[in-house]
Design a protein around this ligand. Structure first.
Ligand code: 4AZ
Length: 263
């Protein structure tokens, strides 16, 4: 009955789960205010998060997020690149508002999608874009393969994006951010069963829901201690109690990413 909720899910599928999502969210004990963008976040800027990139189509319509890790390399989700070509994608840096015209727009000269990525499961959900134009913005550090301690359950992680402000809602014109605790692998396995692959994925969110990434946040960062540690990947709806957001476990892929960053 539940489908995985990804960036390219159809409007019909979104509508089908919206009522259930609202029930889950508002039934949660301790649920307070109405959901806000990201879901449950606050506004921020690309001055505060200078490595936060918009991934857009050729008309600069944002559809995913990405993280600048070198002046010409952006880490995003593999699922964001399904059906895309170097000619169809742009990366926009330094633009806090979706309707802005400022910042730096770059074409993409190469798209590397993790060869292990599979659309059916969203496993290995990482891609690296090579930019044609260098971005004059501070880059983010990302985890190395030995940094697995960052995912200790309860660790505070930060999510950032322009995604929808409620499930089935509209995108946020202004960049938003929130913090969510890392969820243990065993707990996430309880939520998602075998769809959750602990070697490739890490979950974050409150047991009671209410704060989460949502459609359009995909590809953007999960920051732990200010370091890129995950990539917004998937989840059952947005901000549901008992269904945390699922992020690419970047320590598993950091050597692969480094190979791309240096190539
Ligand atoms: C999406 O569609 C999406 N709540 C991103 C994150 C989550 C769900 C959906 C996690 O891009």
């Amino acid at each position: 009955m539940f489908g995985l909720h990804r960036a390219r899910r159809t409007a019909a599928a979104l509508a089908a789960t919206a009522a259930a999502a609202a029930t889950a969210l508002f039934a949660a004990p301790g649920a307070v205010a109405a959901p806000q963008p990201i879901v449950g976040g606050t506004t921020t800027t690309t001055t505060t998060y200078p490595y936060m990139m918009q991934i857009t189509d050729a008309y600069q319509n944002q559809f995913c997020g990405g993280t600048l890790v070198s002046p010409t390399k952006v880490v995003t989700a593999a699922h964001c690149m399904v059906g895309e070509t170097t000619g169809s994608v742009r990366v926009v840096g330094g633009r806090t508002y979706l309707n802005g015209t400022n910042g730096t727009v770059s074409r993409v000269s190469r798209i590397w999608v993790n060869p292990g990525y599979t659309d059916a499961t969203n496993g290995d959900d990482v891609a690296v874009l090579t930019l044609s134009t260098s971005m004059p913005y501070t880059t983010a550090k990302y985890v190395s393969s030995s940094d697995t301690a960052v995912y200790a359950a309860g660790t505070t992680a930060r999510i950032v994006g322009w995604g929808t402000t409620s499930e089935n809602g509209g995108s946020s014109n202004q960049l938003r951010t929130a913090t969510v605790p890392v969820v243990s692998d065993s707990s996430c396995r309880s939520s998602y069963g075998s769809d959750f692959v602990a070697s490739d994925m890490v979950c974050a969110g409150y047991t009671s829901g209410g704060v989460d990434t949502c459609q359009g946040d995909s590809g953007g960062p999960l920051l732990i201690g200010g370091v890129l540690a995950g990539i917004t990947s998937w989840g059952e709806g947005c901000a549901w109690a008992g269904y945390p957001g699922v992020y690419t476990r970047l320590t598993t892929f950091s050597s692969l990413v480094t190979a791309q960053v240096n190539s």
